[in-house]
Ligand binder design. Structure first.
Ligand code: SF4
Ligand code: SF4
Length: 404
């Protein structure tokens, strides 16, 4: 076992016992009767935290709207006490923002918190931004999002999908979000990141502009201790932290025979009080009930701790941690982390639409690995990289109108 993997498992074990585990009532550890009320009649208060210096107070569980397409589900979430809804310009070709706009247009504007994300127009393989990433293009895209949302402003505007310090500090983006705030189109601004999170978070702190970081974090990340360290520094600097990808793909395997205990995974992340809230993807009423229950109970049960410990021992999984260890050894320097994310969208989320959009944005040839006799891109998580690439690239060939 590689030393960083050993360190991660030590960290997970320590977190389960000393972190979230410490939240657990000692009577539960001793096997006595569970003193917690029946969740059906749960009248305990919703646990809330403050989003850094923005001052926004949020329940610890929010709603990741990316894959949701049911207005009834959103309305039920409001009834459950969820107030923060996270979307993006690119989700469902804009239908995601439109759905939220239609739901919230008659609600009092201060009764909900909306975030959306705009991706810079010109992003290189290593997360560097090119000359096409202009302030003008960014602000025009934001205006389209606001029209869809039927809102004059969003509460949080993210520059989406950062993976490099240079991208976070790119002057045109800093100017764009500053202008959006000045024009009253965004109350607060932030960055989102799926990989290289510690570097991105530090850059957000150093920018002096960003107020919120939306970061991947979960129990399967080999570098979860480093992510938490960066989060602690950001929280100390007054930034608000929101967690995503907490479910590590939702399933461990492509066939979906090994589901992740999503409730346990969510509690694991939220055991860190520097994290204000999380945006798990919610697509049905069962998901909603499960996630909403965490809003009143962050205590990891013994069963949940066991589930996480067991999942942690399994090799592989669907979640690519974006460590890029494979990239230097790929003879064609393919964007493997993005391809693996598309694979997770396809099999973990069953969101072929999002996978298709990501694959299309990569502009690769139909068979990227063609002509490569042996795959030298060894994965830190032992993924069969070339097999997954061949598999997921089939999604890119499907006409978009046939996708779910
Ligand atoms: S087979 Fe492996 S090394 Fe070759 S292009 Fe594909 S991912 Fe890269
Ligand atoms: S495919 Fe494996 S090595 Fe490459 S970025 Fe993902 S987890 Fe890391």
């Amino acid at each position: 076992m590689a030393s960083n993997e050993f360190d991660r498992r030590k960290f997970i074990k320590h977190s389960l016992i000393g972190g979230a585990g410490a939240l657990m009532a000692s009577s539960l550890v001793a096997g006595e009767k569970d003193p917690r009320p029946d969740p059906e009649k749960d009248e305990r208060p919703i646990i809330k935290r403050t989003l850094g210096k923005t001052g926004i107070e949020l329940p610890v569980v929010s709603f990741g709207v990316m894959r949701a397409d049911s207005p009834a589900l959103i309305k039920a979430a409001i009834t459950e006490g969820l107030v923060h809804f996270d979307t993006a310009h690119g989700y469902q070709n804009g239908k995601n923002e439109e759905m939220l706009g239609n739901i919230f247009k008659d609600q009092r504007r201060d009764s909900f918190v909306i975030s959306t994300k705009v991706k810079p127009a010109d992003v290189g393989k290593n997360g560097e931004l090119g000359p096409g990433s202009t302030k003008k293009a960014f602000l025009e895209t934001l205006d389209i999002s606001l029209q869809r949302l039927k809102m004059e402003y969003v509460d949080i505007l993210y520059v989406h999908d950062n993976s490099a310090r240079s991208g976070v500090l790119y002057p045109e983006m800093l100017e764009a979000v500053t202008a959006a705030k000045k024009a009253g189109k965004a109350r607060h601004v932030g960055v989102s990141t799926h990989r290289n999170e510690p570097e991105v978070i530090q850059a957000a702190i150093d920018s002096g502009v960003y107020e919120v970081v939306l970061t991947s974090i979960n129990f399967k990340q080999g570098h979860v201790a480093e992510v938490r360290k960066a989060i602690a520094a950001a929280a100390k600097a007054g930034l608000g932290i929101i967690a995503m990808k907490t479910m590590a793909g939702g399933f461990h395997d492509k066939e979906r025979t090994k589901p992740i205990n999503c409730k346990a995974a969510l509690k694991f992340v939220l055991s860190d009080e520097n994290i204000t809230t999380s945006i798990p993807g919610i697509t049905n009423f069962d998901h909603l009930a499960m996630n909403a229950s965490v809003n009143r109970d962050l205590v990891l049960t013994k069963e949940e701790q066991s589930d996480l410990a067991l999942l942690d021992t399994l090799e592989g999984g669907l979640y690519c941690q974006g460590c890029r260890q494979c990239v230097p050894n790929c003879s064609k320097a393919l964007p493997i982390p993005d391809l693996m994310r598309a694979y997770m969208y396809t099999y973990g989320y069953r969101d072929t639409h999002q996978a298709h959009a990501l694959l299309t944005s990569l502009a690769l040839e139909e068979h990227p690995c063609a002509g490569c006799a042996v795959c030298t891109a060894t994965c830190a998580k032992n993924f069969s990289v070339s097999e997954r690439i061949s598999d997921v690239m089939r999604v890119a060939q499907i006409p978009a109108e046939f996708l779910s």
